[in-house]
Write a protein that binds this ligand. Structure first.
Ligand code: ATP
Length: 236
């Protein structure tokens, strides 16, 4: 499985009829087993890019090529659960044929076992995000898109969820693309970090982290973050 992204332009028309350029030149490939991270300022076009990659917006210049039959899983900041369905029903709706052992294992990793029969209204944001993750993983995706899955959670919760995401990502050889504003999350989860410019977005710098995710220790993570924080992105 491989994803080839070669976007050369994307714009929207403003209400006044003026052209609003959102993406400039975004070119990269992502291979099975890799976690790519999109890291860029607010409003630079990350969600717009994700929508294109998910096939939800075909109105752009360039091309995106992916392996045929690729299964896509998506997790948004907003968990988007059906309020009148239980946790388990929400997950099963996406994958009616998922077997019980797969589902139980997923709920176990995400610490959702005791919440199987709860309704979304009974869940905190962190729990609801975990359900959204379970739903995305239950379909056994080839390409997983995570749009700021750790945003607005307190540090302890975000850290736990990050570890759970790392466990799940390691359990399956798929392509993952994560959007985050947090350099720490990017360095702990990512294999290749794409630093984007302000709108219209282009890739300013690509950082490849060769150390396997599971073996990155605090000293390595700190050193990578230190080096990245010294990049002069404003002048690239
Ligand atoms: N459907 C649309 N019509 C017009 N303009 C849009 C549309 N969707 C996004 N935009 C504009 O495109 C720009 C990029 O938005 P986008 O949501 O992709 O940025 P982002 O990098 O994901 O932002 P954030 O980090 O704050 O979530 C913004 O200026 C936004 O107003």
């Amino acid at each position: 499985m491989q994803l080839e992204v070669n976007i050369t332009g994307k714009s929207f028309a403003s209400a006044a009829g003026k052209r609003h350029d959102v993406l400039d030149n975004v070119t990269f490939t992502l291979n099975a087993g890799e976690v790519g991270v999109l890291f860029g300022p607010s409003g630079c076009g990350k969600s717009t890019l994700l929508r294109i990659l998910a096939g939800l917006d075909g109105n752009y210049q360039g091309h995106v090529a992916c392996s045929p039959g690729m299964r896509l899983g998506m997790v948004f900041q907003e968990p988007r659960l059906l309020p009148w369905r239980t946790v388990e029903e929400n997950v099963r709706l996406a994958t009616p044929h998922v077997d019980d052992s797969t589902l139980s294992a997923l709920f176990e990793v995400l610490e959702l076992t005791v919440h199987r029969n709860h309704f979304p209204g009974e869940l905190s944001l962190g729990l609801a995000r975990r359900v959204a993750l379970a739903r995305a993983f239950a379909i056994e995706p080839d390409f997983l898109i995570l749009d700021e899955p750790l945003a607005s959670l307190d540090n302890a919760l975000a850290g736990r969820l990050r570890d759970q995401v790392a466990t799940l990502v390691a359990s399956r050889k798929m392509m993952t693309l994560l959007v985050t504003h947090d350099l720490d999350d990017a360095v702990r989860l990512g294999d290749r970090l794409f630093f984007l410019s302000p709108r219209p977005a282009r890739i300013l710098h690509v950082e490849t982290i060769t150390a396997p995710r599971a073996s990155r220790d605090e000293a390595q993570i700190g050193e990578i973050k230190r080096q990245l924080s010294q990049l002069d992105l404003a002048n690239m």
